[in-house]
Ligand binder design. Structure first.
Ligand SMILES: [Fe+2]
Length: 264
């Protein structure tokens, strides 16, 4: 059991369970019923749709908040979520080989606001290390999309990741031992758009196991894609958001810094 209270800014522990890892959220903290993503849910976006293990990939805990913060959070138009990802490789019958994909999220875009761009988002890596795939497109609903930039962002605990407008994002857990915990603030008024990524069978590149490290492979469903740029988390532009304190707390200290998430 790993106590994340200081890092999250809320009473949260990371706990080993039969099938990977879960979060225990302290009494008195409100949240929606946790939702699990199974490997069967990811079939349409996997390099190898035959992969069947591990069964449980990650858990999402949406709309986490203290009762005394409810009013301010709802008034801001934002929502705070936590996620926990199991480590490992998406493979057939537990037999992980080089070229198999590292565990990942389904991946999605956000819808457009009237000004013609899509909602941004901010993630915080609370525990572990991982990759964010950032797929910048001209139009999130075009099939196939015109990709203008593809970033492999390597991040670790303590890093913030601002997802800019018009940018698909896929979390990838490129290690076999440690789970990863993230939090995020995002506008509460929209539904994430999973279909465009699903129709393209994932992002433009798959992140695959290469020994203990990773490599990338082109997804052939995309007729064109720029070469990926590998970027370190600390090099990413985070819109001047406060660092060094949990983003749950940062929001209450500097709510104005988060306004761009609802009015990009
Ligand atoms: Fe998102």
């Amino acid at each position: 059991m790993i106590d994340l209270t200081e890092k999250v800014g809320l009473p949260v522990t990371l706990t080993r369970v039969e099938e990977g890892w879960k979060l225990e959220i302290g009494e008195g903290v409100l949240h929606e019923k946790p939702a699990v993503r199974l490997i069967s849910d990811l079939k349409p976006v996997m390099k190898n749709p035959e992969a069947n293990t591990p069964q449980q990939l990650y858990w999402m805990y949406r709309n986490v908040r203290l009762p005394e913060h409810e009013h301010q959070i709802v008034a801001s138009g934002l929502r705070y979520d936590l996620s926990v990802f199991n480590p490992g490789v998406l493979c057939v019958d537990g037999d992980a080989k080089d070229g198999d994909e590292w565990n990942k999220a389904a991946g999605h875009y956000h819808p457009y606001v009237p000004s013609g761009v899509t909602f941004p988002e901010v993630y915080e890596v609370i525990y572990g290390r991982m990759i964010f795939l950032l797929q910048f497109v001209e139009d999130v609903f075009a099939i196939p999309p015109k990709i203008t930039r593809f970033i492999i962002l390597e991040v670790k605990a303590g890093d913030l990741v601002v997802i800019p407008p018009n940018c698909g994002h896929i979390a990838v857990i490129n290690n076999s031992n440690e789970p990863v915990v993230t939090s995020n603030w995002v506008a509460r008024a929209f539904d994430s758009q999973y279909t465009p990524i699903r129709l393209m069978r994932g992002g433009a590149y798959y992140i695959v196991k290469s020994g203990d490290s990773y490599d990338w492979e082109r997804n052939p469903s995309y007729p064109e894609a720029p070469e990926p740029e590998v970027v370190k988390g600390h090099e990413w532009d985070n819109r001047g958001l406060p660092t060094g304190i949990p983003i749950y707390k940062a929001f209450f200290e500097e709510p104005k810094a988060f306004e761009f998430l609802v009015r990009p």
